[in-house]
Write a protein that binds this ligand. Structure first.
Ligand SMILES: [Cu+2]
Length: 325
């Protein structure tokens, strides 16, 4: 007698296994995600919630753990709320360790560093946008479903996705982009980066390095720094680091808008202020003004002049200019 494929004993066994798998509820009261990923040198920073989209049941919690030396926040703003600097937060309301999010109030952590965790309980169903107040293109969403709804993924899926997304960001090679936009011999690229999108929001790669970190020039020449990163600010800081990194010190605008300083001796302090791309243009919203993306320093005299990015020197973002006679 011919036995059809559909009722072979081996197929019945697999159908049973499949049924078991599909009928077993995903019972995860406590979910886990990661803040950021970084290269060993700390120069490549994935500014991302990993993963940045999760589906959970009402009443369950998610714990975010920082994995990196760059700071991040876990922040849930109320609908339409203006995003404020991370130093201000919600404002004036920051919590550590644990919070409840139901969309009625803003909840944010202070900046979290490697090893720190934050757990959020979601008592009610809804879709909750997640942002980092330090990095504007680091966003995500937590879909909180009623307990009668099935969940699409288990924690093991999110663990794999987090690792894959982090690796994908860190391994993206922006070298060609950097070389193509390189303006000239005495130029230094101040970081390069990219913003990518997925179903949950946006994730960013920032390479936090001066690409030609040792520049050799002759007395009287000028070095030009250009920030190629679409979102991350940097500074070029010689001498004393100012308490407030935002405004420039001892630098004035050239006719094309770039800031320009002069260093006569190693006792001089010159600070670019924040050098960064303008916010991304969006249809139907007022066009943002140009921002300052370039900084120039003229060196009339020989010497060795070290400098740092005041924001990211802790990650190793440093350079020097050697001025020959
Ligand atoms: Cu920097």
């Amino acid at each position: 007698m011919k036995v059809s494929n559909a009722v072979k004993p081996s197929n019945i066994r697999w159908m049973f296994v499949f049924l078991l798998l599909t009928l077993t509820p995903i019972a995860e009261a406590q979910w886990k995600a990661t803040l950021g990923a970084q290269s060993q040198s700390m120069g490549h920073q994935a500014l991302a919630f990993l993963p940045n989209e999760m589906w959970i049941h009402a009443g369950e919690s998610v714990t975010w753990t920082s994995n990196v030396d760059e700071i991040h926040t876990v922040s849930f703003l109320t609908a339409g709320q203006v995003r404020l600097p991370f130093q201000v937060g919600c404002p004036g309301f920051t919590v550590t360790g644990f919070a409840t999010v139901d969309g009625s109030t803003c909840v944010t952590t202070p900046p979290l560093v490697k090893g720190q965790t934050f757990t959020v309980n979601f008592p009610t169903a809804g879709n909750f946008k997640l942002v980092c107040l330090v990095h504007q293109n680091m966003t995500g969403v937590v879909h909180v479903l009623d307990s009668s709804q099935p969940l699409p993924h288990a924690q093991s899926f999110y663990d794999l996705q987090a690792a894959a997304e982090g690796n994908a960001l860190l391994s993206d090679n922006l070298h060609n982009h950097q070389m193509a936009t390189r303006p000239g011999r005495d130029s230094v690229t101040v970081g390069v980066g990219e913003v990518v999108a997925n179903g949950g929001g946006t994730q960013t790669l920032s390479v936090m390095r001066f690409m030609d970190s040792t520049k050799v020039i002759h007395a009287g020449e000028t070095v030009e720094w250009t920030n190629l990163d679409p979102a991350t600010p940097h500074t070029i800081t010689f001498g004393v680091e100012p308490a407030n990194p935002v405004p420039p010190v001892n630098a004035t605008p050239d006719p094309d808008g770039a800031l320009h300083g002069v260093i006569n001796s190693s006792a001089d302090s010159v600070h670019s202020g924040l050098i960064l791309a303008a916010p991304q243009d969006q249809m139907f919203i007022a066009t943002p003004p140009l921002s300052v993306t370039r900084f120039r320093v003229t060196f009339p005299h020989p010497g060795v002049f070290p400098y740092i990015c005041a924001l990211h020197d802790g990650l190793g973002m440093k350079g020097e200019v050697i001025v020959l006679p």
